[in-house]
Design a protein around this ligand. Sequence first.
Ligand code: CU
Length: 157
Amino acid sequence: MMKKALALTAALLSSSVLADVIVEAPYARAVPPGQTNSAAFMTLNNGDKAVSLIGGSSSAARVVELHTHTHKDGVMSMRQIDKVELPANGEVTLEPGGLHVMLIGLKEQLKTDQQIDLTLNFSDGSRQVLKLPVRSVMGGMKMSHNKGEGHQHKHQN
Ligand SMILES: [Cu+2]
């Protein structure tokens, strides 16, 4: 267990690892100006004790919620969930169109190549503080990306 924790030290700002959860490839979705919500995605690799992800916080957003997507009558919608259960030795992936960490009330626009912090809270009382790169994610939002538009100087807020 210590070995895993030490291997991740470089990727974490700080951690007090009770749950033996390895967070792989976390990232947040870049958003266009004016968009107030975003989402974070990652793969959670659990150790030999079942635990749940029960929430989180970030200095980049007012509220952090756990969400999933549901299909109902051909309509895809998001809804909040209490927790993401991580079975012992299980792997759960949070990805676009599925489970995600919702970042609500962004304090500033999330731009590609920026980094944000995200603290994950687990059911055993442990936390992990992550630093997430912001990436553009296709789907759900504007798909067009016109290189011909040139560089315009816009207000950031
Ligand atoms: Cu959501």
